[in-house]
Ligand binder design. Structure first.
Ligand code: URA
Length: 212
């Protein structure tokens, strides 16, 4: 698995405001949106393209366009929804599928409660959006779901990641033969006994949308 930790002063600045407990929901949503666009730029570095011939007002030249089939973007509900707009801004032609996953706060096990994805993901580059890579349970379940449908390349975009979650993903997919990449804004220190990332930013879904 390839892990890319964004190292950029603008990302660090925005993350610091995001982490601050005094940051309100509208500002939090806005910052997540901006951060995802910056991370998506890195995450799509290997998106497939095809050569195309075009005519500028001056001459004919060769360029590239995104290849077919289009990439698939998969926000993990609920918190991943807050990342969708920032991703779609960069790749507006991507197809969007949804996966609803919930974590049992006692066992920390993830289970799927909803899905709206193409049945066949063969040859599709999939971009999974989940703000927090904590225990890794949600992403392992989500990746397995995509692989069962034929996904051949998976990139996860996470705002923050814990070392424990990265280790779980690495172990789970080491023999899968599927290229897996993680792009994250920061690699945090640890997980606490409740499965929260430290220093982290708290519950991403609650901070985006309030406690329900
Ligand atoms: N999910 C969150 O929203 N925050 C964490 O710290 C861990 C999992």
């Amino acid at each position: 698995m390839k892990v890319h930790v964004a190292n950029h002063p603008l990302i660090s600045h925005k993350l610091t405001v995001l982490r601050d407990e005094r940051t309100d929901s509208p500002t939090f949503r806005h910052l997540v949106d901006e951060l995802v666009t910056l991370l998506a730029y890195e995450a799509t570095r290997d998106v497939r393209t095809v050569p195309v011939k075009i005519k500028t007002p001056v001459t004919e030249t060769m360029g590239v366009k995104l290849a077919s089939p289009r990439p698939v973007v998969v926000p993990i509900l609920r918190a991943g929804l807050g990342m969708l707009e920032g991703m779609s801004r960069l790749v507006p032609t991507a197809e969007i599928g949804f996966l609803g996953m919930v974590r049992d706060e006692t066992t920390l096990q993830a289970s799927t409660y909803a899905n709206r994805l193409p049945e066949n993901l063969a040859c599709r580059q999939c971009f999974v959006l989940d703000p927090m890579l904590a225990t890794g349970g949600t992403l392992v379940a989500a990746f397995n779901f995509l692989i069962e449908r034929g996904a051949t390349e998976i990139t996860a975009i996470c705002i923050l990641a814990a070392p424990e979650g990265i280790a779980v993903l690495e172990e789970a997919f080491k023999d899968s033969g599927i290229p897996i990449t993680l792009v994250t804004g920061a690699l945090d220190e640890n997980l606490n006994e409740h499965g929260y990332i430290g220093p982290g930013l708290g519950d991403a879904g609650d901070r985006l949308y309030g406690v329900v």
